[in-house]
Ligand binder design. Structure first.
Ligand code: GUN
Ligand code: FE
Length: 445
């Protein structure tokens, strides 16, 4: 009895301390827990402690009344965007060079640009713009390809770290079918990767390395097995490209005649879900390849803008969703021309509508499904990211859409209009893991 009575004041002291640490973000909250519909809480509260969501409340519970409230008034509060496939060194090529398909596009436009990243000062200038513009567009987590160059890859990792944004950054590994200056031996690739892993391989950091063999045509078998070994030895994730273009697939069949399909080729080298894996595109994935992806939990990076610009095809996203594949959205700069994952959502819906008509599918993507892909589904690659459910990292955007909201639109329609019509001008604040992220500086030289 006595003990219990004594415990009460202590408990309330601890509670008051906890409330000091807790923040409550108030606004019109919209997010997805599952693909089919939006969760919408008008004038609700999100509790955040230690960078993580503690709960979403329609009415503030009495026990939280002492916590600091940050009131965003009539604005929208939504999860930040996750880009699961983007090439940072292709940023200068944004919006140009759309007249070729994948393989000649790589040779004529992409590799010549990536060669320039041997120069660290060029990397600083371009990468700082890239990171600043991801920030502008509300993307707080990215799975990014750098180039083969270790030093400029480090520059990119430092820029993300300084910004406070989350990223998996891959030093690209490649040793065939490319300019000599982008080729690196498997032994050198292992040494360079290990150096970055020692520096950035820490557990809870926001910026981490990811093993990045470019794609099968760029990597000899010894490079691919070196990559697989690195991933397994250091428990690191993997990212690459899969079944994007029909000429590419035919080439892989020649290069890897023993493999049952393109995905199986990665699988044989331990690069297909043995550790968490993202495969970009998967436009032509079906049958055994699809089944292997599902079984191994490999995430599809769906990049509809790139798939259209490079005339690669239309990924059957409805089929992938129905099959239970993991999927996220990628801008795939500079195959893709728009860094905004909001715009990628719109294209994902539009492409799925084209695909639906062409292939007599049962349905096309809804906007809530596209939003879920960009937030909770893609975010799952980075941890508990992309939702406002309890325990998730508080990665959020405050959207001031008053210019688009000049009549009595519902909250869902306000979000839809922002996704379709809005841009970075409406993104007022950005949070990553509970910290407000300020505009990153760009380097002029
Ligand atoms: N396949 C191999 N490299 C690339 C690249 O840089 N972009 C795209 N879209 N596909 C690739
Ligand atoms: Fe790509």
């Amino acid at each position: 009895m006595r003990k219990e009575r004594e415990a009460l004041p202590l408990e309330s002291i601890l509670m008051t301390d906890r409330l000091k640490e807790m923040k409550l973000y108030k606004g019109n909250i919209i997010y997805t827990q599952e693909p089919k519909h939006f969760e919408i809480i008008e004038n609700g509260y999100i509790g955040v402690e230690d960078g993580k969501v503690t709960g979403v409340y329609e009415v503030l519970p009495e026990c939280l009344c002492g916590a600091e409230i940050i009131d965003w008034g009539n604005k929208l509060l939504i999860p930040a965007m996750n880009d699961v496939h983007v090439h940072a060194p292709q940023y200068r090529n944004l919006g140009i060079a759309m007249d070729l398909e994948l393989l000649p596009w790589l040779d004529n436009y992409t590799f010549p640009e990536e060669v320039k990243y041997a120069d660290v000062s060029y990397a600083k200038r371009m990468y700082s713009r890239f990171v600043r513009d991801l920030w502008r567009n509300g993307t707080m987590r990215a799975a990014a390809f750098a180039t083969v160059h270790k030093e400029s890859t480090r520059v990119l990792m430092e820029l993300f770290r300084k910004a406070g944004m989350g990223a998996y950054v891959g030093k690209v590994d490649m040793n065939r079918n490319c300019p000599d200056s982008l080729c690196e031996s498997a032994a050198d690739a292992v040494r360079d990767n290990e150096e970055l892993i020692m520096e950035y391989g820490g557990r809870d950091t926001l910026v981490k390395p990811i093993i990045t063999p470019r794609f099968i045509p760029s990597c000899t078998p010894d490079m691919l097995s070196a990559c697989g070994k690195l991933a397994q030895q250091y428990g690191l994730p993997v990212q690459s490209h899969l079944s994007e273009n029909l000429n590419e697939i035919a080439w892989v069949r020649e290069l890897e005649p023993e493999s049952k399909n393109y995905g199986d080729a990665y699988n044989r080298y331990g690069l297909f879900g043995q550790t968490p894996t993202i495969m970009a595109h998967c436009i032509w994935t079906e049958g055994e390849e699809l089944e292997l992806m599902r079984k191994n939990g490999v995430m599809v990076a769906h990049c509809p803008t790139s798939n259209m610009n490079l005339s690669s095809g239309m990924a059957p996203i409805r089929t992938f969703m129905d099959a239970g594949l993991r999927i996220g959205l990628g801008s795939d700069i500079s195959g893709g021309h728009d860094l905004s994952i909001f715009k990628v959502m719109v294209y994902a819906v539009e492409v799925s509508k084209m695909h639906y008509q062409r292939n007599k599918q049962t349905s096309f993507l809804s906007l809530s499904e596209a939003f879920w892909l960009a937030t909770k589904s893609g975010g799952s690659f980075f941890g508990k990211v992309g939702s406002f459910e309890e325990g998730y990292d508080f990665d959020a955007l405050v959207i001031d859409d008053h210019e688009l909201n000049y009549d009595h639109y519902s909250l869902q329609h306000r979000l839809e209009r922002f996704i379709y019509l809005g841009d970075d001008r409406q993104i007022e604040r950005r949070y990553c893991r509970g910290i407000e992220i300020e505009e990153p500086e760009i380097a002029e030289s």
